[in-house]
Ligand binder design. Sequence first.
Ligand SMILES: *Cc1c(COP(=O)(O)O)cnc(C)c1O
Length: 417
Amino acid sequence: MTTSERYAQHVLPTYGRFPLVPVRGAGARLWDDAGKSYLDFCMGIAVCSLGHCHPRLVAAVREQAGELMHVSNLYQSPLQAELAEEINEHHVRLPGKIFFSNSGAEANDGLIKSARRFGLKRPQADGTQRYELITFLQSFHGRTLGAMSATGQAKIQEGFDPLLPGFRHLPFNDIAALEASIRPETAAILLEPIQGEGGVIVATPEFVRAVADICKKHDLLLFFDEVQAGFGRSGDAMAWRMIAPEVKPDGISWAKGMGGGVPIGAFWLSDRAVADDGTPLSSLLGPGSHGSTYGGNPLVCAASLAVLKEIREKELAVNAILQEVRIRETVRSWNLPVVTEVRGQGLLIGIALDPAHVPTPEGKTPALVLVNQLMERGLLVPPAGPNAFRLLPPLNVTDAEIDEALAIIHSVLSRLS
Ligand SMILES: *Cc1c(COP(=O)(O)O)cnc(C)c1O
């Protein structure tokens, strides 16, 4: 049986998978089961921040696997505590506390639960709990029932009614719409500083500042979903800092790049007081209120520590900015009519296409047509909505690798223009 046949027989068909079967990776390169090599600018969808099989990450995982993999959160893990300290002191740099999950959706579920606890602590004028979370159209927050209900895309929610109540999705970057729509039951606002899956749409500084002001004015929590953009990818440790550095969030969610390939996510809550008696927000989820069997076990924390220290010590966020500039300048110099826009920040880049220039067979989006053609030529990239593809190279990508990828992209795009 081939791998495809085994899939057809035994694996739920929830993904529209490409026929590619990767079996080995090193740095920015990936090899398939036929020995063909690819430049990988998908990186497991922004997960492998250090590239494939980075020696420091491999060593950390090997060592910890032979020492102690899992103990449950009944006990204390020095690695989990150390990782939380690393994140707080060097990446968030604001007083707060962290819960470790296994994915981005779970991290967002934690923020949703936090908003509800906050709405209980600070209820409506008549004493009833606040519970509503405002999110935005084209957002992506994950696939659990909670995170899916938060997600502002009908195609993600289709056929799964009834959704979790208590969510409203507003137009992104629209300050007037947001100002007009705060209700007595609203408790929090959740946004991606850079919408990734939705097409690489960066929140404007005016919008992020307005969201923060509206949160202050209406006593709402401000949450950033940094699952895709966080930990260096945007060109700073945190994407919101690239946009509006003076803003202080109440909660943040992460996953993807923080583990470099091991399944780990997390959410953070600020220590700021949310009651007159000084009760910190970060104390509202007390013992017994939330949990995860695997969450933050020694194996994944050892891996994440290696990844986050490497990103910090080697200043990989700076490399993300330098490479962004190279990409933007090169793509601009092509002057191709098929490229309508280069969006994003750092190494979360979206190249937007003019559909009129991309011949698309029935049922395929321009983005998918391009992704397939680039794959044939040896470059892996993920789509970003129907009319854009993303560039998500490792944060330590070299000039030569960027040039090689751009040459492939140019050869494909120039034939379309
Ligand atoms: C990928 C993603 C998620 C979901 O993360 P999972 O680990 O797949 O659950 C949530 N938010 C954003 C912004 C993402 O990009």
